[in-house]
Design a binder for this molecule. Structure first.
Ligand SMILES: Cc1cc2nc3c(=O)[nH]c(=O)nc-3n(C[C@H](O)[C@H](O)[C@H](O)COP(=O)(O)OP(=O)(O)OC[C@H]3O[C@@H](n4cnc5c(N)ncnc54)[C@H](O)[C@@H]3O)c2cc1C
Length: 368
């Protein structure tokens, strides 16, 4: 039994059904409607630590196989990422990143200022250069979630509408009072996972996104400022960072903001304005474009920045696939493979230890 049909629940359903396991997915809203619908769908290799690099690069390879085989269905584009360095410090960070990525066989090239502007003419003058990571890509996440779940259903998985209210010793209790029996319950409901398991070290991190009208060819890569790394991993406070994505439709997705302790999903004009002004400081033409819609979503941030993938250490038959923060679209496919390998009792393609829930000692205590 899987709780939640976001990209993580859908990817796990697909991988577990492929393993031959009987799978039922319980979803309270539409498929892929949580953070999965709110996210940018940037598939990006991140290297803040070796475990993050291992999971993102493994998952990127799986995405290239899956979505690369049917790009139109996933709205997949291999646009690559262009990491922008505004000053010498960020240029040094770009070089460090290049060294790490190259050591892991990930193609990337340093760009001086001239090369940067040759790739992206709309960037403001005066930037120092950047790093181009050509294997990164984008998808449309709710569509990919629906496709993964549809494949899981063809492999025998069931999908059921309902709100899981509690996990019981035999399965789950739904809000309508019915009980569903299951040998194992996989909690994959993103930032709502703490509602079922309050002991989880997971907090919501709110983000805003804006989508524009169609401006084909205005930019060609997913553009991210290297300063993003500093703000994205702050443990408190509100921050904005420049993150711009060319959709295959010609529309642009403008991000992003990060807020802790934001209780509701309402769009907040103050931080949205900050985010847009910051984006326009990198691409001045943005100020003259038509914005069609803006929205927010909640990232499920774990206290060490890595997802929780594996058995709950003190709740028998409860498994976890949550805490993917701002990388859950990227890491969904690898996360599902790590879960499937653990459930099947065989080694995974990469070591699972860094992602095991048991790394959090508080989860080892008995819970009521
Ligand atoms: C603004 C923003 C930008 C992002 N950009 C990117 C990006 O560019 N690249 C990237 O890799 N990641 C990105 N992310 C992160 C990514 O979107 C998430 O990590 C990912 O979508 C998490 O998927 P999930 O399936 O765990 O959670 P969700 O998508 O939230 O899915 C959980 C599902 O569980 C259901 N549910 C919840 N509680 C219950 C219950 N009790 N019973 C039944 N069903 C329940 C919900 O309805 C929902 O459908 C971004 C996130 C945000 C917010």
């Amino acid at each position: 039994m899987i709780v939640g049909a976001g990209i993580i629940g859908a990817a796990c359903a697909d991988a577990l059904a492929a393993e031959g396991l009987a799978v039922t997915v319980v979803e309270r809203e539409a498929i892929g409607s949580g953070a999965t619908a709110a996210g940018m769908g940037h598939l990006v290799v991140m290297d803040d630590n070796p475990a993050e690099l291992a999971l993102t690069s493994y998952s990127l390879a799986l995405w290239r196989q899956l979505a690369g085989a049917d790009p139109a269905a996933h709205e997949y584009s291999g646009c690559g990422t262009l990491w922008i360095a505004a000053d010498d410090e960020e240029m040094a960070a770009a070089r460090t990143k290049q060294t790490i990525l190259r050591a892991h066989g990930i193609p990337c090239e340093m760009l001086d200022a001239a090369a940067l502007y040759a790739h992206e003419r709309q960037l403001r003058p005066g930037l120092r250069g950047g790093l181009r990571v050509s294997g990164d890509a984008i998808v449309y996440p709710p569509k990919s979630a629906a496709l993964l779940l549809a494949r899981a259903q063809r492999r025998g998985a069931q999908v059921r509408e309902g709100q899981v209210q509690a996990i019981t010793s035999h399965g789950v209790l739904l809000a309508d009072g019915s009980e569903l029996h299951a040998d194992r319950v996989l909690v994959a409901n993103g930032s709502a996972s703490v509602q079922l398991l309050p002991e989880l070290p997971i907090w919501p991190k709110k983000g805003h996104i804006v989508i524009t009208d169609r401006y084909p060819g205005l930019i060609r890569h997913q553009l991210v400022e290297l300063g993003y790394i500093k703000s994205a991993h702050a443990a408190s406070g509100d921050s904005v960072a420049f993150n711009l994505q060319p959709r295959p439709t010609g529309q642009l997705l403008i991000g992003s903001s990060r807020q802790f302790d934001a209780a509701d999903k309402a769009v907040e004009p103050a931080i949205l304005g900050r985010m847009l002004a910051h984006a326009a400081s990198f691409v001045p033409a943005l100020a003259g474009l038509n914005a069609l819609r803006c929205w927010t979503g909640m990232r499920a941030a774990s206290s060490d920045g890595l997802p929780l993938l594996g058995p709950h250490p003190s709740r028998p038959n409860v498994w976890l696939a949550t805490g993917h923060e701002g990388l859950g679209i990227t890491t969904s496919l690898a996360s599902a493979q790590l879960l499937a390998a653990q459930m099947a009792g065989r080694p995974a393609q990469i070591p699972v230890t860094p992602y095991l829930p048991a790394r959090f000692r508080q989860l080892g205590m008995q819970h009521a």
